[in-house]
Write a protein of this length. Structure first.
Length: 340
């Protein structure tokens, strides 16, 4: 294992030894290549550079107390990537190719998987780009699929603690029938100004309402919204948000804990009724929300009255983390175990 201060790594890029690559041309995927290069050499007219033919994924591997490595919901990430591929006309990566490449890159970089005690993990970043030249707006005929890994700590500096959010109306992240439901780079480019604005105003993240009516909750930065009240788990139903795999997993765990799960449009005003709320995603699992300010309306929806994470979010967070690290049984077959 590498000599890294595992408990103090943030959520950033850190070089590892290898990445894996696969090229698509003449209508088919080639062989998996192992590379130790951090850079790629592509045509200046590649479609990924001009017309946004770019998709990515994000998943994690965890080292357990038993020394084994567990990759969380690899198949679900492969399926979401396939969906994204259909959305922006890129060739699908089969679940089998995705699985083989993920396993290979994790094995090759096993010295970078943080130890159990650190609470850190290995972030796995698959990336698919159109590489052949086009000047007209058309999909590429050639593609490159790369997976790299990097050890990460918590996404937010404070770890599992509450954060303030601010509703931003000046910028939309995605349109109702646009690409918000796909994991493509353009959505994140569209979020940069809103995120900067939120930071400038002293908030940890921006909060989006639906782009059409500005009436319903969409997402919290690059994470799904979850709200808890009356023993019910509520999360938005919207065509412009990313279907979060963490959210889907938490819904299952919430049902197991006896909560009712509702996926439906959530009007902004309903924020005043939640006992707890959080932003959920691979990076943070759940990042509990302290309050959400609507500066234009002069309203502050204070969710955590004492500034601390609530009991339901805490229980869900602990349960999901326990499954990921192998401390609790994986009853839903979410985990791929590697003996490395
Ligand atoms: N929403 C957006 C916009 C995201 O980028 C992510 C992160 O992947 C999520 C939600 C959470 O999705 P997941 O739980 O699959 O990581
Ligand atoms: C998440 O994993 O929750 C994310 O939002 C990923 C982000 C770094 C793009």
């Amino acid at each position: 294992m590498k000599a890294i201060d595992w408990s103090n790594i943030g959520f950033g890029y850190r070089k590892t030894d290898y990445n894996v690559r696969c090229r698509y041309s003449n209508g088919k995927w080639g062989e998996i290549e192992v590379s130790s290069e951090e850079s790629i050499n592509i045509h200046m007219a590649a479609t990924c550079l001009h017309y946004g033919q770019e998709a990515f994924e994000g998943l994690k591997a965890f080292r357990g107390k038993d020394g084994k490595v567990r990759i969380f919901r690899l198949e679900a990430n492969a399926e979401r990537l396939q969906n994204t591929c259909d959305g922006i006309l890129m060739p699908q990566v089969s679940t089998e190719l995705f699985r083989n490449m993920v396993k290979k890159v994790v094995e090759l970089n096993k010295d970078y998987i943080p130890p159990y005690e650190s609470g850190a993990s290995l972030y796995i970043r698959p990336l698919l780009i159109g590489t052949s030249a086009q000047v007209g707006v058309h999909p590429a005929s050639e593609y490159l699929f790369i997976i790299f890994v990097t050890p990460v700590g918590p996404y937010f500096k404070g770890g599992f603690s509450t954060n303030p959010y601010v509703i931003i109306r000046e910028y939309d992240r995605s349109a109702p029938l646009g690409t918000g439901r796909y994991k493509v780079g353009g959505n994140y480019a569209a979020s940069l100004k809103a995120n900067q604005l939120a930071h400038e105003k002293g908030y940890s993240c921006e909060f989006y309402l639906d782009a059409k009516e500005k009436k319903y909750i969409d997402e919290c930065g690059a994470a799904n919204f979850i709200g808890i009240k009356n023993n019910t788990y509520v999360t938005p139903l919207s065509t412009s948000i990313l279907p979060s795999i963490t959210n889907r997993s938490l819904q299952q765990l919430a049902k197991d804990m006896g909560l009712t799960v509702e996926q439906r449009p959530i009007p902004e005003e309903e924020l005043s009724t939640f006992e707890e709320a959080g932003a959920c995603g691979t990076a943070a699992v759940i990042s509990p929300i302290e309050r959400i300010d609507d500066l234009e309306r002069g309203t502050s929806y204070v969710i955590s009255k004492d500034g601390k994470p609530g009991p339901v979010c805490t229980a869900l967070y602990n349960k999901l983390r326990a499954i990921q690290y192998g401390d609790e049984p994986d009853t839903y077959g979410w985990v791929t175990v590697l003996d490395i």
